[in-house]
Ligand binder design. Sequence first.
Ligand SMILES: Nc1ncnc2c1ncn2[C@@H]1O[C@H](COP(=O)(O)OP(=O)(O)OP(=O)(O)O)[C@@H](O)[C@H]1O
Length: 266
Amino acid sequence: MAEPPDVLIRLDGVGKDYGGGVSALLPTSLAVGGGEFLVLLGPSGCGKTTLLRMIAGLLPPSSGGILISGEPLWSSGGRCRKALLCRLGLVLQDANLFPWLTAEENVLLPLELRGGSERGRRTARAQAMLALAGAGDLGSRLPHELSGGQRQRVAIARALSCDPDILLMDEPFAALDAISREALDLELQKLWLETGKTIILVTHSIAEAAFLADRVVLFAPRPGRIAELVELRFPRPREPELMFTPEFQQVVRHLHERMSALMGQA
Ligand SMILES: Nc1ncnc2c1ncn2[C@@H]1O[C@H](COP(=O)(O)OP(=O)(O)OP(=O)(O)O)[C@@H](O)[C@H]1O
């Protein structure tokens, strides 16, 4: 598969060994295009989260490097370049909102900690990000007054508040029921089309991967490694009806068969 024309993130032989004999991730090379929607898919334990955490600056690689716009993210001694970290937004399976702050205050917090702009601007920015994430009417609510899906919308708004150009998402909708998850997938696609962010999303869901991705990176376990790259050329915006088409079902079947085979080998 050809390299994307406008490479934003380059994984250059990046690997992770926690010790214990089996590599969590073998040295992996991959170029991610600016504005690409990349999905990391694979069975449990194949190194998806490990890779995402290394790109997020949370876990130093054991080998290789990660370049963002050509600049190394990690320096020697297991430290990250702080200037690059502000280009990354992170959304995890648990929204991790501060329970004593309202939704809007949770989104405002990173802006307040960063300082710089005046209060009115920060509030306007927080409200705009809530609206972009489909939570424009939830700003005054406390986290315990929100559903799981609503909390994830707020977490996405918070991740966007400081305007990162890269959004890293680790199974953000895994805890939701199927219908809420589909709604959030649609919302995420809309947000991505409107903002042009680069998104890397980890999921176990084959349908979610095939629906959202420009490219699916299929991982294999023990040792963790890339097994296949699958390019999805379905036109955008993708509508839920796409999932009932033979073309979509064919992709799902392919990914399903490959994943079953990889799990059998593990
Ligand atoms: N902190 C750690 N210490 C030791 N081993 C770890 C650690 N974190 C992960 N591992 C191991 O590394 C491998 C990859 O784990 P990782 O969580 O990256 O996989 P994953 O594909 O994200 O799995 P899942 O889909 O279940 O979240 C697994 O074998 C896991 O047990």
